[in-house]
Design a protein around this ligand. Structure first.
Ligand code: BG6
Length: 487
């Protein structure tokens, strides 16, 4: 019997980024602040996430500060001004697709305006035109942790149902504007991380004391995002026939720590909390196992009449995922470093795996497991829209960066992806995070580098911003040219 031996023709090879991590120009051409631009970074050498360190006081302080040193996502890597040079690098590698996000606060600076900011819209026109010049297909995230902070201060972000109206005004605006330019869209980046707080919900939690109270707010905010996604999918299909909408899951592949059935049960529960999001967005309904979880945590989701029908009627066209690491789950909470890195409080170190300096456990085979699991469960096309290794890079004496560790990481993941394709998984493409060094999301550091192209900028915002291709640049070019045959 025949089966696929490699990646299909038209496979979308490329890379992925997000506005708040690359653009800079946070207060230029009418833009106002997003939540991401109000979070301070970790110090050099620290590995802990600063993502959800937001209180009303810290946000108000940030809004009154004009420092892009304290808030590194305000300077990014200067893509706003250097996009022609950067896209040229991508074209040289042979990119077929490039994922960016639109900064909502560039289009609707405060979030609640009734007319869009023309200068913001014009910027993305220029970026999409530049991509098309080289035959690069744009893949666009509508919300990559970038809610206008004005909406946090106005009605506490996604905790309020009002956010749906403001969001869908923004999505209709960009669908109409970029109708002839963008075919692949996705709504909320790593929507599942909304269970951890502010960075994804745009909602402050001052005054909430217990975990259950916080979970109540976060799952309600996520319900609003589900409805907003369904409505955006409906709009997209009406405005741009043939365009595709995806959901985006941070796939946290997990294994039972041992074959002790207690560990197996806990691993299954942890996994359900991850798959819950795709169950809603692909299958179009809340799964039964969440009733028990909500009941045990005293969570009541407030739904309006018609919500369930909307979810059922407008599921996504494809499922996109990020994949960086796996974890091993034990029956008891561990609270160790592995737990922090994976966001799974039951995670323990997997002795079979190595890890990055940030404690992310490297597991290429886990990607094959993840792809098979998602394909078996959903039967919709899958798209790997983030995968990569964030680590330190150093120039050698010859003035080059020999990042063989990055090539090893990516090669091993592509090999396993190919195994998944042979297993029968329908895979649309592969985008690495991130082709050009950028500001890390979880720690806002520059020193946690992912790129094929080095950017001269340090954790204090100092540097010339000069771009230099690393060894991995030439390797990835060959991978794309051979459609993943020559690794
Ligand atoms: C994903 C995000 O979580 O992982 C990206 O979608 C992020 O925004 C990427 O940059 C890598 O994480 P980090 O924290 O190393 O930048």
């Amino acid at each position: 019997t025949d089966y696929p031996r490699g990646f299909k023709n038209g496979f979308l090879w490329g890379g992925a980024t997000a506005a708040s991590q690359i653009e800079g120009a946070w207060n230029i051409d009418g833009k106002k602040l997003s939540g991401a631009e109000c979070i301070r970074g970790a110090k050099e050498g620290e590995t802990h996430s600063t993502l959800d360190e937001a209180t009303r006081q810290s946000i108000e302080e940030a809004v009154n500060s004009d420092s892009d040193r304290d808030y590194p996502k305000r300077h990014g890597n200067d893509f706003y001004h250097r996009y022609p040079e950067d896209i040229k690098f991508l074209a040289e590698m042979g990119f077929k697709a490039f994922r960016i996000s639109i900064a909502w606060s560039r289009i609707f600076p405060n979030g609640d305006e009734l007319t869009p900011n023309e200068k913001g819209l014009a910027f993305y026109d220029r970026v999409f035109d530049e991509m098309h010049k080289y035959g690069i297909e744009p893949v666009v995230t509508l919300s990559h942790y970038e809610m206008p902070v004005g909406l946090t201060l106005k009605y506490n972000g996604w905790a309020s149902r009002e956010a749906i109206t403001d969001f869908t005004r923004y999505t209709a605006t960009v669908f109409k504007r970029y109708k002839g330019k963008v075919k692949y869209w996705m709504t909320f980046n790593e929507i599942n991380t909304g269970t951890t707080g502010f960075h994804a919900t745009g909602a402050l939690e001052d005054g909430l004391k217990t975990t259950n109270e916080k979970l109540q707010l976060r799952y309600q905010a996520l319900h609003h995002q589900f409805i907003a996604s369904a409505l955006a999918t409906k709009q997209l299909h009406e405005i741009i026939p043939g365009a595709k909408m995806g959901c985006m899951l941070a796939r946290m592949q997990t294994y039972p720590a041992t074959c002790n059935p207690a560990d197996v049960i806990m691993a299954q529960k942890v996994d359900q909390l991850n798959l819950f999001f795709t169950d809603v967005q692909v299958r179009g309904e809340y799964p039964e196992y969440m009733n028990r979880y909500f009941g045990e945590h005293h969570i009541v989701i407030k739904m309006l009449a018609g919500d369930q029908e909307l979810l059922k009627k407008y599921p996504v066209d494809y499922l996109s995922l990020s994949y960086y690491m796996s974890s091993a789950t034990a029956a008891k909470a561990s609270h160790d470093a592995t737990a922090e890195a994976s966001g799974n409080q039951y995670a323990v170190k997997n002795k079979y795996l190595k890890q990055t300096p940030w404690g992310w456990q490297i597991d290429p085979q886990g990607l094959r497991v993840a792809l098979n699991t998602l394909w078996d469960r959903y039967r919709v096309p899958l798209f790997v829209v983030e995968n990569g290794m964030g680590t330190y890079d150093k120039f050698s004496d010859d003035g080059k960066i020999h990042d063989s560790y990055r090539v090893d990481y990516l090669r091993a993941h592509i090999e396993q992806m190919k195994e998944a394709v042979k297993d029968g998984v329908d895979l649309m493409g592969y985008l690495t995070w991130a082709p050009i060094d950028l500001v890390s999301f979880s720690t806002s550091q520059m020193s946690k580098r992912y790129g094929f192209v080095y950017v001269d900028l340090d954790d204090n915002g100092q540097g010339t911003l000069k771009r230099t291709p690393k060894d991995s640049f030439y390797w990835y070019k060959k991978v794309i040219a051979t459609n993943g045959e020559d690794l």
